[in-house]
Design a protein around this ligand. Sequence first.
Ligand code: PMP
Length: 414
Amino acid sequence: MNIFHTLESEVRSYCRSWPVVFDRATGSWLHTEDGRRYLDFFAGAGALNYGHNNPVLKQALLEYLAEDRVIHSLDMHTAAKRAFLEKFDELVLAPRGLDYKVQFPGPTGTNAVESALKLARKVTGRESIVNFTNAFHGMTLGSLSVSGDSMKRGGAGIPLVHATPMPYDNYFDRRYPDFLYFERLLSDNGSGLNKPAAVIVESVQGEGGINAARFEWLAGLADLCRKHDILLIVDDVQMGCGRTGPFFSFEPAEIQPDIVCLSKSIGGFGLPMALTLVRPHLDVWEPGEHNGTFRGNNASFVTAAASLETYWADDRLEKSTLAKGEQVDRALHEIARSVPGVTPKGRGLARGLSFADPATAARVAKTAFERELLVETSGPDDEVVKLMPPLTITDDELGEGLTRFTESVLACAA
Ligand code: PMP
């Protein structure tokens, strides 16, 4: 009898794609209980930028646990929280000249998005939010409502009335001048677009198929928002914490969003943690207005602080991520030279290969699994195979993974 099939609910996906039982995990590798080891080019969907069981972060956590320090504390002050906030300011905000208050909205990415949407509505007194085609912001009702494929993911009953989708960068293959459409709708009282509270955007759409917006486009969006007094929310849940190179994915666009959502790799060790960064003048919550039991996970604060200290005290990780990203890009272009109909996508170590049809993408992901390489598919039709190894992957491991991936593509698509 398979205990999983007897007890587990049907709401599952990863265990269907990868029907093995994982047990141990180190660095860029996941080990099954029957002794196989898989190279992880999935990295917890962006939650494991520093690899599995990162030894430095593990040591910090073990020391914290050994001394019976506070683990659960709602939003009380704790020494671990203070240490994290100090490091975050010293190594992330201050060097970038960014001025934000930090909120702990709950344990996961969708909590950060929900709090951002609610705050934007409270601050502006307006209801609607503009989101983008192919966006993904989470699975709770508010974040789902601003996700491009909310109906597919959520079925009926999603409160979509306050969300208006606009075309993401490149949606029309650059045939439309940037923002002309949006600007016109905003300026025309008869367009039906009520002035929104906020625009929410990802700099690279991870779940939407590794669509990378141009930095000029992001800067233009920030200008448009400023001009029309609309708040700009950047959802950096998946692309933040160095996934595309810099700590914040939007840094090269030289913008300062009004609100930034972080989660996934901010805890560093794969422990749940989320942050909502808000410009100080937007910090209008009354005490208790947005709360939640698991907002103050001190184990996450400890590993988060250790990850900042280890990886963000200098620019080495940013540089190596950009270099490794180039290496992946070269391998994808090499594939594209011999396989018709595939397109390399992405930025930094958020890369993808788009296939002409979803069936080929699925076959490639399955073949990669047979070659002990974990990759997942994304995009509106799951036609893009995503390559998102830990940022700490070694050059040899990256080369090995790219070889396995290339072989998988050639086996399926050539
Ligand atoms: N925003 C983005 C951009 C994401 O990629 C995700 C998760 N894939 C979320 C929000 C939601 O995060 P979580 O699953 O932790 O709620």
